[in-house]
Design a protein around this ligand. Structure first.
Ligand code: PMP
Ligand code: GLU
Length: 395
């Protein structure tokens, strides 16, 4: 019956991260002992002080529609956070709160792109960028990077990818899926290229800002000439383990924020009221309150790098942020293991699911055919067991 559906939905791929998580859940329900390292979701509980704020909000009857772009006091807390953490000045009319950063990104695409507008995506990129851009009839232009440049786009690669049709660049730092973090010099190099192209806009997805093991997060909006054409995207899913509460936000030029509010007002209205109230408490808290989670991710990264590094054929960078490793496993291509010939990253990821009972995500949907993504938002025991199983299955 799919021919009755719109071309729009028929042309869209299913989110690979969510699809793999669903598959792992299904296999678990069938009694299989799957270790799920596919989903980018902190395994911590929401900190108690944030939960208390949500409970208070229920008792205080925050039950009506909120303003479409978010409560004013939440936007004030976001404005303060931008100043405190990023030295960026965003007034309340430049901020829009949405149902997750995913909706923030969809708003931007629908408000900024016309048919045929090109959007540069340094690859690997977060899985949904490409489909969100295409939904808005934009054309994703992938700029492949490799482990040799720590999966970062260089200024000359950016310059070479720009055409008269280039409208935007979307990237995340710390990056999902590579964990790479652009330092100030690297971002300045990209900003220097953009100086010659004043009509290109930038989406800077900073949702992993706090999960940065080197420290010194840099926002491209703070660089000369960039503030007027950067949309800074952030949210509470990752740093505060609030994935299911669905709050994301942007800081942007006022005219862009206004357009996103108009669009959101026709699609979903304001984000969940209780979650918005809780987000005020989350953002007002000093970052030190969530440091225990970041320290734990750091520790797990080191453990996982050591374990995977001992498996022959895994080529790893040292991710400085987020909670993913993105090993290049192309050395296995063409090999036959347990009767299966591994030709692609998807073959490899499925092989691990079947023979190691470990769920990962193939790099193909992130725009890289040589790698798989492994999330270490899982317990140390799960990581150790998973690495042992992978090693065994590949031996
Ligand atoms: N951007 C990146 C880079 C992500 O990894 C995610 C995944 N959660 C999102 C945006 C969307 O986050 P959410 O909708 O949960 O705020
Ligand atoms: N962003 C997370 C991931 O990359 C959560 C899943 C999703 O929203 O796609 O795994």
């Amino acid at each position: 019956m799919n021919h009755h559906l719109s071309e729009r939905i028929n042309n869209m791929s299913t989110s690979a991260t969510l699809a793999m998580a669903a598959k792992a859940r299904e296999l678990r329900n069938q009694g299989k002992d799957i270790i799920g390292l596919s989903l980018g979701e902190p395994d911590f509980n929401i900190p108690d002080f944030i939960k208390e704020a949500a409970k208070r909000a229920i008792d205080e009857n925050y039950s009506s529609y909120s303003p479409v772009d978010g409560y004013a006091d939440l936007k004030q807390a976001i404005s303060n956070k931008f100043k405190r953490d990023n030295n960026l000045d965003y007034g309340l009319n430049q901020i829009v709160v949405s149902t997750g950063a995913k909706q923030s990104l969809a708003n931007i695409a629908m408000c900024m792109l016309n048919k045929g507008d090109e959007v540069i995506l340094p690859a690997p990129y977060w899985v949904s960028y490409s489909d969100i851009v295409q939904l808005a009839e934009g054309v994703p232009v992938e700029v492949p990077t490799s482990i040799d440049t720590d999966f970062k786009m260089t200024p000359s690669q950016l310059a070479a990818a720009i055409t008269p049709k280039t409208k935007m660049i979307w990237f995340s730092s710390p990056c999902n899926p590579s964990g790479s973090v652009y330092n100030e010099k690297e971002l300045q190099g990209l900003a220097n290229v953009l100086k010659k192209h004043p009509n290109i806009f930038v989406v800077s997805d900073e949702i992993y800002e706090h999960i940065n093991f080197r420290g010194g997060h840099v926002s491209i909006a703070g660089m000369e000439g960039m503030y007027e054409r950067t949309i800074t995207v952030n949210g509470v899913s990752k740093a505060f383990a609030m994935t299911g509460w669905r709050i994301g936000y942007i800081g942007a030029p006022e005219w862009i924020a206004k357009a996103c509010t108009k669009f959101q007002g026709q699609i979903t209205s304001g984000a969940n009221a209780i979650a918005q109230r809780a987000t005020i408490t989350a953002l007002e808290a000093p970052v030190s309150k969530i440091k225990y989670m970041i320290d734990e991710f750091h520790k797990r990264r080191d453990i996982l790098l050591e374990l995977l590094g001992s498996i022959e054929g895994f080529n790893l960078n040292v991710p400085e942020g987020a909670f993913y490793v993105f090993p290049d496993i192309s050395s296995f291509f063409g090999k036959t293991l347990r009767g299966t010939t591994l030709r692609t990253a998807s073959d490899f990821s499925l092989f691990l699911l079947e023979h190691a009972l470990v769920a990962t995500v193939s790099g193909e949907s992130f725009g890289n055919d040589n790698c798989i993504r492994i999330s270490y938002a899982a317990s140390e025991k799960e990581l150790r067991d998973a690495a042992a199983r992978i090693k065994e299955a590949l031996s």
